[in-house]
Every structure is written in structure tokens, then in C-alpha cells.
Design a protein around this ligand. Structure first.
Ligand SMILES: C[S@@+](CC[C@H](N)C(=O)[O-])C[C@H]1O[C@@H](n2cnc3c(N)ncnc32)[C@H](O)[C@@H]1O
Length: 274
């Protein structure tokens, strides 16, 4: 497969994570890939604890933590090394953790083996960055956090369509996106240049150890509620757009709701599949 530039920073980070002895080392040395922190004091346990807390908070806020969750199947798009996946496996019957990078999925299995419920976990490589190889109507919930902003725009839209396709009628989606901010006038074009530099053999791996370079390379797309309503709105009902209370958003006809914990640059599409 052609080396797509938006894959390169993640694939380089995945190779770095594969070379660490275990997931504790991944968190100590490349934790910033997910939560911007590194340091010898860090552990996989503390990393997963941040995911446990966020999963509890988002599921509760979005009404996805009912007593019936134990009989439901969840698809997580962009699981990384399983920071949130561990918590999902303890709550849902079956969790399909999907990621672009097979190395991250290997670490995800390790994380869930230590801190989650491995018998509930399946992993699925999103080899082309846009297709979730699951049957139609095969899950009850699709969830994605800090991932769809890191894909090419058409891939983020394709993955959203895939989330709606794999969720059964009456099931729910909770998908996180990044919106446009004034600083994007610089960040987005610089990110594109940095991704190109990442493609130079040998340089990507070195660059992927530098947080600032990798964070620039991630800046792949910005989407507004209007973009998603156009793309998948007709397949959804009870559409909600969740955002930070200090930053208003045009919900494109959806119900807008606020949650203090939402990053001011992010928003969530929460809806029922029609
Ligand atoms: C910032 S991490 C977030 C991981 C996890 N959701 C969390 O909050 O800890 C983003 C993840 O998305 C994955 N990713 C990026 N582009 C993707 C794509 N097109 N399809 C699937 N996964 C993708 C990356 O490999 C990475 O593991």
C-alpha cells in the first residue's frame, strides 16, 4: 500500500512502541502519543486509570452506561494502546478495538490483559484508514475519541459512515471531532509539511520521539457539525452536538448540549442510528 502521509506519524509511533519492552515502557517513553505525558514515574496502570475515568464520564453524560451495557457490543475507532479500551471491556459484552496501527493493537491486547477483561476484546486493523471490516448492524455502540481529527478529512467522513453502518438500528454513536480555531490557519498547513518530512526514510522514527513534531503532524482535519449532518444526518435521529460551555457552536439543526470536560476545540456527535 502507498505510504499515505497522514498514516506516517502513527505508523512511526507504532514502530517505536513495538520496540519497547512492554506497555509500561511505552507509556513512560511515548505516552505523549496519547496524553502528552512522559516520565519514569508513569505506569500503564496510571495511564489506563485516566481512560477509566474518562470512559465513565462520557458514557454517563451521553446516556450510554445503562444496566443493559453488559449485553451490548461496542466498536472503538482509534483505540491506540487501549487507554480507554480496558474500561470498555469491563462494561460491554464485546469490544472491537480498531486502529490503523497493528503495533498499537498488540499493545492494546497487553493493556486489556492486565487491566481489562480480555475475553471481551477483539482487535481489528483499519488497514486503509477508512474501512471497518465488520458486518452491517453488528454492534450496539460506536465510540471514538481524539482520532477522527487525525485522519484525512475523507477518511474521517468514511469512518463516520462506517460507524453508522456497523451499528444496529436503535444503537448509538458517540464520535469526537476537532473544530476549526484561528490557530489552524498555521497549524493545518504546517502539519501537512511535517507529515511530508516524516515520509523521508529514517527521519519519521526519529521525529516520532519528539512530541512537538508529532503533534504538528497529527493536525490532519477539522470538521463542523454541518459536515457530519450532510454526510450521515439522514441515517440518524435524536442528534446531539456536545461542546464546551465556553465556546458556542453551530449545531446545524442538532440539539446542542454542553459538558465542561469537552476540550474547547473539540465537539461530539452523539446520536441514535435510525
Ligand atoms: C490520540 S490516539 C487516541 C487513542 C485513544 N482513543 C485514547 O483516547 O487514548 C489516536 C489513535 O488513532 C489511530 N488512528 C489514526 N488514524 C486512524 C485511522 N484512519 N483509522 C483508525 N485509527 C486511526 C492512531 O493510530 C492512534 O492510535
Amino acid at each position: 500500500m502507498a505510504r499515505r502521509s497522514q498514516f506516517v506519524p502513527w505508523k512511526a509511533a507504532g514502530r517505536v512502541s513495538e520496540r519497547q519492552t512492554d506497555a509500561d515502557d511505552v507509556v513512560r517513553t511515548t505516552g505523549w502519543v496519547f496524553n502528552n505525558e512522559t516520565g519514569q514515574q508513569l505506569t500503564l496502570a496510571s495511564f489506563v486509570a485516566t481512560g477509566d475515568e474518562e470512559v465513565g464520564s462520557y458514557l454517563h453524560t451521553f446516556g450510554l452506561d445503562g444496566d443493559d451495557a453488559a449485553g451490548k457490543d461496542l466498536v472503538e475507532i482509534g483505540s491506540g494502546i487501549g487507554r480507554m479500551t480496558c474500561a470498555f471491556t469491563k462494561r460491554f459484552r464485546c469490544v472491537t478495538a480498531c486502529d490503523l496501527d497493528a503495533g498499537f493493537l498488540e499493545r492494546c491486547r497487553e493493556s486489556v490483559a492486565r487491566f481489562g477483561r480480555p475475553k471481551s476484546l477483539r482487535t481489528l486493523e483499519v488497514a486503509d484508514g477508512r474501512t471497518i471490516r465488520l458486518p452491517d448492524n453488528s454492534a450496539d455502540v460506536a465510540f471514538s475519541f481524539i482520532t477522527l481529527q487525525h485522519c484525512r478529512r475523507d477518511h474521517a467522513l468514511a469512518l463516520t459512515t462506517e460507524a453508522v453502518r456497523v451499528v444496529r438500528s436503535g444503537g448509538r454513536i458517540a464520535l469526537n471531532y476537532r473544530r476549526r480555531s484561528p490557530i489552524d490557519a498555521v497549524l493545518v498547513p504546517v502539519g501537512s509539511v511535517v507529515r511530508t518530512v516524516f515520509k523521508i526514510p529514517g527521519i519519521g522514527t526519529t521525529m516520532s520521539r519528539h512530541r512537538s513534531m508529532t503533534r504538528l503532524a497529527w493536525q490532519a482535519n477539522r470538521l463542523a457539525p454541518h459536515d457530519l449532518v450532510v454526510a450521515v444526518g439522514r441515517a440518524l435521529r435524536d442528534v446531539e452536538v456536545w461542546h464546551n460551555p465556553h465556546r458556542a457552536i453551530d449545531g446545524a439543526g442538532a440539539t446542542t448540549r454542553t459538558m465542561a470536560g469537552v476540550n474547547p476545540s473539540h465537539w461530539w456527535l452523539v446520536a441514535t442510528v435510525a
